[in-house]
Design a protein around this ligand. Sequence first.
Ligand code: KG4
Ligand code: ZN
Length: 348
Amino acid sequence: MHLLNIKMKQTLVLGIETSCDETGVALYELGKGLKAHKLYSQIKMHAEYGGVVPELASRDHVRKLIPLIRELFNENKLSLDAISAIAYTKGPGLSGALLVGTTVANTLGYALRTPVIGIHHLEAHLLSPLLSNPEIIFPFIALLVSGGHTQIIRVDQIGNYKILGDTRDDAAGEAFDKTGKILGLPYPGGALLSQLATHGDATKYPLPKPMLNSGDLDFSFSGLKTAVAQLVRKLDVEVVLRSDVMKADIAASFQESVTDVLTAKCCAALRVDDFSSLVVAGGVGANTELRRKINQASKKVGFRVYYPPIEFCTDNGAMVALVGALRVTEGASGALPFNIRPRWPLNT
Ligand code: KG4
Ligand code: ZN
């Protein structure tokens, strides 16, 4: 039986996510699933500066986190006594932002005398498909593609992670955002660039597919972004920015390169140990073209693929509450004093 289906006295876990620019809270009930969640995104505030401003992020988490927890409980007609454990993102992430969630989680846990569990943000992302697919069978290969990470991970069991491939420079989401900026899109440009690409011709301006045939599972996306910048300069920046057609064609070509490389490396990783399941998680996992290509490969090659629901691809409290619930089943219990880990390798 899967861990998430274990029957026991009601175990309700409060999850808190504050590692970057999203304040997320959620309640996950062991054996039943996600009960409720709320998310506040700071994107509009940071867009004005073209990227996340860490100090503003922490201050906004301070303003939003407690009201959001209050709303979560009020809307679900629950009192804080109903919680059996509190899970919070301990790292990696922005120090000030992490400290807000960590302090609130540990203070609440101390007051309520409930266990408090520090969760690894990337582990939360890579197990997030369990929110909609509790039947995922281990082992599997995970592609973790977010704004800060692009990794291929071998997952033998919960807590047993081996990084098989990593980016040597920019993460895929970072490359989407920087390319979006070159094309005049507001921060974060990933989802907008992908919308723009739907109207474009990916063959009009062919771009390099970095490390496609490197023979390993590593990535490199910073040269691709530079290739877009050079192309735009060659075509004339003013002309490109005025032309919706040119912008769409460049966006489509960029997306084609990234998604081809990501899909090929996933297939290669599955082949290494003859794995038959792939999990795709993180913000870029919401990309429709990436999902189309991976689904196509899964049919052709014959592997199963799992994604989190689109709304849980980017940062959220639900995935943190889920991993907290899994930790409760392993008998974890938090204890003061607490700390954060802004830099925290997944395999430690
Ligand atoms: O997982 P996430 O919320 O944050 C990190 O933990 O980094 O991912 C955010 C990243 C951003 O770079 C954003 O532009 C990208 O995911 N993203 C997308 C799409 N939706 C979000 N990139 C490509 N296509 C999308 N549809
Ligand atoms: Zn994330």
